[in-house]
Design a protein around this ligand. Sequence first.
Ligand code: ADP
Ligand code: ZN
Ligand code: ZN
Length: 790
Amino acid sequence: MQTNRPFEYLIPDALSDVVVPGMRVEVPFGRGKRKIQGFVMKVKDTSDFQGKLKPIVRVIDLKPVLSNEMLKLSYWLADRTYSFQISCLQTMLPSVMRAKYKQFVVPIVENDPEVVALLQGKPTFEITNQLDDETIKLINKLRKNKKVDIQYVVQNQAVQVKRQAVTTDLNVIQLHEEKSKLRANAKAQIKLLEYLTAHLHDLPVEFNVLEKDYGISRAAIKTAEKNHLVKITEVTKLRKPVGMTPEKTTKMSLTDEQKQAVDQIDEAITDEDPKTFLIEGVTGSGKTEVYLQSIDKALQQGKTALMLVPEISLTPQMVNRVVGRFGDQVAVLHSGLSNGERYDEWTRIENHEVKVVVGARSAIFAPLENIGLIIIDEEHEASYKQDDNPRYHARDVALWRAKVNKSPVVLGSATPSLESRARAEKGVYQMIRMKKRVNEQKLPQVQIVDMRDAENSAVKGDFSPVLQASLQETLNKHDQAIILLNRRGYSSFMMCRECGFVLKCPNCDVSLTYHKDLGKMKCHYCGHEEPMPQFCPNCRSKKIGFYGTGTQNIEQQLNDLFPQARVLRMDVDTTRRKGAHAKILSQFGQHKADILLGTQMIAKGLDFPDVTLVGVINADTTLSLADFRASERTFQLLTQVSGRAGRAQKSGHVVIQTFNPDHYAIKDAAKQDYETFFKQEMYIRHQSNYTPYYFTTLISVANQDEGKTLKRSYWLKKQLQTALSDDAILLGPSPTMISRKQNKYYYQIIVKYKHEPKLHQRLLEILNETQADAKSGFTVAIDNEPQHID
Ligand code: ADP
Ligand code: ZN
Ligand code: ZN
């Protein structure tokens, strides 16, 4: 069973100078001989413990891996997120230290006699479990005197590996020609050419990928090489992220609105006032320049700055803007980095080599010291909340760190979350509004197309006459267009046209998604996959169809409608490989394509001057979510994507196709009118007792046995009830929208409340009590202020 409190251990004499808070150590635990890993939280001279203290077995790190600030944060975080402190500590660690790694001593002062003796002529000294105490003491002393440093190297990535890969000199047309010359039974060759055509912008591709994912053998590749269809090259496995060498930029002269914003933030940095600003700035109002110049103010005062952006907009565009301004003073942290690269960035931060950190959610735990400013761009993004334990929101952590560091926080968005906007209303946050676009361009003109109209619904495919005409016009002018397909993961499914059978995942209560390029059916929840069926598994009819509008389908429609247009597709399939995302965007930026088609991932942050048209297909998809934030999410998405049009000299045009043209989320988004939307949505939240009028906590229970799940849920409900007053609202237990995932049944209870002094303690008790349940296959999760309810 996990425990949620610290334990006391004896520090052996030999390690007395070595052990400091923030290190990991190995200790015996429980009655048996079991040894576990622990974090040193505190070192004391005496102990009140009555029994005999057990000694620490060995130190795992020779230098602390977590700072005092992080150790302190872990207490608060565990309490706030109802999770175990150990899981908070582990979350804060750079991921390399959760992987398999080796530790090395590397010299700083090479000619020091003790260093020379330790290294014995080798460039580094490996730290193993078997080191004697004397050696550990020596290393520790040398490290304290800054004569050596300790480095972690991920084991399987320590060496750079070269791998065979395929590329081609042929263009799309030539590939088509070559394909038509092939005999119909040259299946592997056809497959290979099809792959190359679809991924032309993302070559070279490794042999491995072709073999594993597409079943294209080495022999087939060699044949293609002999026929001059492809070339064989090598790729290095550890590539640096693309687009990391941006041109140096200098400060722009600010507009009045920008200047006002920077001045206010500057004042708070100078006064070391940990207040929170909310910048509500329309798309294109120049928020980024405000961030950059505010960061500069912090640096001028000898401080550091931390900037969070959503993973999805960690495109080279945003990174380039920051790196372009501050050069190698910047460390970038995101999931596209390998463990090794991530560790390198982490080390640079720890060694005070950088002054600015840009990263996604977990970068909020960066070991930056002397923070003068924390910025959260697109603060409304749900991805700032972690879906797993510990379920923390980066915004909350930012506010905590800001208080400790006495630094202001800047939250920015064109569409702030209702929570933040409401806090600004109450004066908890200080509001900064930026109402004008920098270029004095009007906001794009938005046209709503009612897809229920006969004219539109009669249209074959997904493009209304209005959108078709607008696209044609854009192409004629040699401008660029962005097409957003608003979709949910599993929209492309298999159905039998004879009996209506839908192919579902055997483990989850969802239909399987059809992946054309893999020729497979996949479950997006558990990863289950199976080959595409040739006939209906239910009635054996051959009349099976693949339904739903996936991006591949839309791409096909675009190709049919505008054969001359060059289309780039951006979705989970085309961005799976490292750097692919950046590559697509840079190609679009260089105007090597006319239309960028994509899912939600293209909605944010992109700034391309030639884009004058944005089209939205299926604006309603997000409206139909069974979540109280459905309207908010829809409004945000539509406003954000509309803001991609007309950002430079040219004016923009937006076409939104919808079946709900009268819905306020769609109408207000069309006008880019956040304030009107805010008022209407606040009214509705008030009516339905939701955030920000009420606090919300969600407790979910899962088990393989549905009866047991329900029973446990009712027991939990009772536990909660006895701690709550009559003012609290308790909903459920009810099955979640997808009630079965990975063969487990999910039920949830929702608590909505304003002031319940006993609730916090009760939830902590539940956390502890339900630990024992884990053994009998129960998963109980407590989500404080959930981002998704489904
Ligand atoms: P937002 O993030 O608010 O949507 P951006 O920060 O992307 O807007 O700015 C929009 C465009 O205006 C960018 O191309 C940016 O380079 C440009 N810009 C911003 N501030 C200025 C300024 N003071 N002078 C000239 N151009 C600016
Ligand atoms: Zn059938
Ligand atoms: Zn599944």
